[in-house]
Design a protein around this ligand. Sequence first.
Ligand code: FES
Length: 105
Amino acid sequence: MDEFIAALDEKDLKEGSMKKVSVEGIPVLFIKQFGQIFAIDNRCPHMGCGFSGGTLDGAGIICPCHDWRFNLRTGEFEDDPTIKLVKFEYKIESGKIYLKLPDDK
Ligand code: FES
């Protein structure tokens, strides 16, 4: 799927916060941290818990279920970098954030 889908107004994502949305049935979590926006799959790669119930910790996010900490920039689980959360590509146009879902969503 090559198209970008309107997902969120940029103004609704405040610094240091998270916003959960559903895009074509996929649970997506937008995060704004240090002025940078991240768009990730809200399901933890460990056992699927929602990151939206977790904690932002500097450049990381901590899953609420078993406290696994992932680096938002690389997506890597800090104790085992072979395990990564899913990050989505996005673009911002006219104040809206558009998300690109992967082909194998
Ligand atoms: S489900 Fe996220 S750490 Fe276990």
